[in-house]
Each structure stands twice: as C-alpha cells, then as structure tokens.
Design a protein around this ligand. Sequence first.
Ligand code: AMP
Length: 367
Amino acid sequence: MANVANKIGVLGAGQLGRMLAQSGAPLGKEFGFYGVSENEPAAQLGHAFFASKETKSLGDLVTFSDVITYESENTDVALVREIAKTTPVYPAEKSLYMSQHRGREKGLFDQLNIPCAPYQIVDSLESLQQAVEEIGLPAVLKTTTEGYDGKGQFVLKESTQIEQAWAEIGGKELVLEGFIDFQRELSMIAVRNANNEHVYYPLVQNVHHEGILRYTIAPARQVSEALQQQAEGYMQGLLDALDHVGVLTLELFDTLDGLVANEMAPRVHNSGHWTQDGAVTDQFENHVRAITGMPLGDTSVCQPLAAMINIIGKTGPVEKVQNMPNVFLHLYGKEERPNRKLGHINIVADSEEALFETFKALSDFLP
Ligand code: AMP
C-alpha cells in the first residue's frame, strides 16, 4: 500500500465498528458505517455514516472510503469481491471465505499442521450416524456456517440423541467434531499489515457461560514462553497463508496434549477488548493501522494483569464501577435484551490478589 488511507468504511455498525472509530479517530481516521439503523452502536458516534440500507446505498459508503473493512465473518463474500474491484477490502476475500465455514477453516488448520478436533462434514441423518461411528462420542455437532455464541450447536453424548440433534440443527450442512477435553480456553490476537509486519498479543484465557464469553484474563496465567511461541507460530502460518491484512483471532483449547485450534475470526474480537486499557496499543487501533498502511503498534501489556468482563442482557449496577480504581466502563449504547452484549468492563491490576479483589467487587456482572 503506497499511501496511508484515512477514510475507513465499515460493513456493519455494531460495537466493534464503534470501537474501531473510537481508537481510529485520534489517528486522524474518518469512519463510515453500513448498518441497518441509526440506533446501532457505531451510528451514535456521529462520524460520517450510512446507517440505513433504505436511504443510503452501499455505493455511497464505497465512494466515501479509501479502504473497507467489516465487523463479521458472516459478511457476504460476493459483496466483498464486488467492492474490491474498486476499493481495497481488508482483510481480503480469502480470509473471509476461509473463516466463515468451519469445514474450510479446519482444512486450512490441517494444511498448516495446526492441531484441531477430528471432524467430518455431514449433510444427512445417515452421514451423521456414520460420522458418529468414526469419530465416537461425546462429540459436538455444529452448523458449518453462521454459528456464534454457541448457537447452532448440539453436544452429542449418547447415540440415542442422534435423531434429536439432526432434528434440532440439521437440514443443512453440519460438521461433527470430536469432543475436546480441555483444561481451559485460550485465544490469541495477531495483526499483519500489507508490509508483512506481524505483531502478537499474549495468549489470554476466556471463560464462557451458556456459550457466551463472560470474561477474559490477560495474559493467561501459567503460559510458558514455549506455549506462547507455539501459538504465535500457528498464527504466523495462518496470517501468511491467508495473506491476511488486519486483526486475526484464533480460539484455542489448552489440553494435556497441547494446544488444539477451535476457530478463527478475521476481525477484532471480544477476547481482545481488554487491550483498550491493558495494552500499549489496542486491537482496534492495530486493525486500523494494518488496513490503512501504517506501521503496527506495540502489543505489550501495560500492567502485570488485565481482564475484561462482558455486560450481558442487563446493564446492571454500573454506577459501582465509576469510582473503582483501575476499572474502566465501556457501554455500547444498546437496549437491554437477554443474552445481548451491552458493554464490557476492563480491569488492570498489579497482582493476582488485586485482580481477584476487583472481581469480587464486580460479582454482579459475573454469571
Ligand atoms: P464455538 O462456537 O466453536 O466457539 O463453540 C462454542 C463453545 O463450545 C466453545 O467455546 C467451547 O466451550 C465449546 N466447544 C466447541 N467445540 C468444542 C469441542 N470440539 N469440544 C469441546 N468443547 C467445544
């Protein structure tokens, strides 16, 4: 990329777009959003936006933008290909295409020798029965596309559940995965720009409840240098194979036999929100830097420990947070709704004890 781009178009107008704009504005970037309503989190920031599909065409966003990015791995690949004829889209089509289908994603993990669960694609009750025989139980049945926050999944424990599982989420292409007996869930955020610079954040630990991320601890405790290096090696392989530009997130299971990849996302990620207050350069700024042809920022952690707690469904007693030291509130301007991500709380701490005390004081926000 010869020139630094300053006008960024985002497909989507949710909280990820909003936080991209919050971190990109100090760098002199302007943002346009392509969403569905002016009530969406990013539209409320007041930057240039195109928030209604009815009144503003996608063409206006493309005309406005030097570069286009997106908020979701479910973004239409054909749309991205069309836009890319006139305006660069980062991460480019290949990253989107590979990461929006669990089968293609696992095929790439295999190709790069990144361990993942044994899997088989199924598209009928008979092929599911066959896959259960080969992979064994327990196993996890997932839709190949569009699953998120644990939706479109069925944990199969007994073969008597096969028909029920097919009835609940079948009728479309699925993947059956062997159940991974993990010690904990980790993720890594990495960034690559078009000049082939790579940077990596430390491995973090994620705790889910009912399929939804509830909190992240950064860096994950008891991560050896070798484990961090191994995860960085996997990410480097993925970034290079995809010719990826922007943030890439990899979710991993930490098992007694080592790291096992679960899935990746070609975008800024909920497990990286802690970087806003806990890292020298946050994931949003680094995504903006990567897609606009800037050098990448320092991914070091500012304090020994950081954490992020999601605010889900109900806003809760956020006034508590206002006078707590080392605690930072981020609200997205969304209305309360069950299981909806409404905001998050970032914490920095100089010791595990201090972090534990803060978690205790914030127990209203924990499952
Ligand atoms: P996913 O949508 O693939 O991220 O899955 C949501 C959650 O389900 C993960 O964060 C894990 O807690 C759990 N899970 C997914 N796949 C597996 C698996 N193969 N074995 C065990 N647990 C899994």
